[in-house]
Design a protein around this ligand. Sequence first.
Ligand code: ATP
Ligand code: MG
Length: 219
Amino acid sequence: MSLTFALSKGRIFDDTLPLLKAAGIEVLDDPEKSRALILRTNLPDVRVVLVRASDVPTYVQHGGADVGVAGLDVLLEHEAGPYGGGALLRPLDLQIARCRLSVATRADFDYQAAVRQGARIRVATKYTQLARQHFADKGVHVDLIKLYGSMELAPLTGLADAIVDLVSTGSTLKANDLVEVEKILPISSHLVLNPVAAKLKRERIRPLLSSLQAAVQAR
Ligand code: ATP
Ligand code: MG
């Protein structure tokens, strides 16, 4: 019974590796040295496929992979979007790649006053679904502007009044003279499972889940 893991290169791959190792799975290829997108492991029936971070839910939902690791930001944005369908199981918070989803503005923009006055705020973000939900819950009127990267630039160029983006240390915001004005949601990466694989490969997945859970708790 083979098992395919979907991971994204970078921090998720790097932080998942030691957890997999603790669960007895060692990835044999180094994605920084090879161009291979399918990586072998020490177990002949387990492989890792490398996909874009935001493609992990899609791969797992449609069975391109049985298991995946993705940030809660990516997972919730996917679920709330047009292709979400609520078809993913999320059995374990791996507590890696921790950060938070926040609202940030230029230091000279009075966010609280704008909210109080019921002004329309222009918000640039990659997370349009999460931002829409957040401001709807607050009863704040927003014009959402979808971006794919470098959100920090939007308030600096006048494209937007605010951004909704991930913050970890805050140094990127600081370097761009932006201020975190509201915390929306704590983020970490979770293990996700294809529900069909979870049933059909239960015997293979269950011990893996226990080992991963133990590895997370041991940290
Ligand atoms: P791509 O680089 O393909 O556009 P990405 O930028 O979403 O995708 P990463 O930067 O590897 O890919 O981020 C993957 C996940 O790691 C995010 O979805 C988020 O959950 C988390 N993350 C992102 N930035 C940080 C950060 N600065 N600190 C900690 N975790 C982060
Ligand atoms: Mg990134």
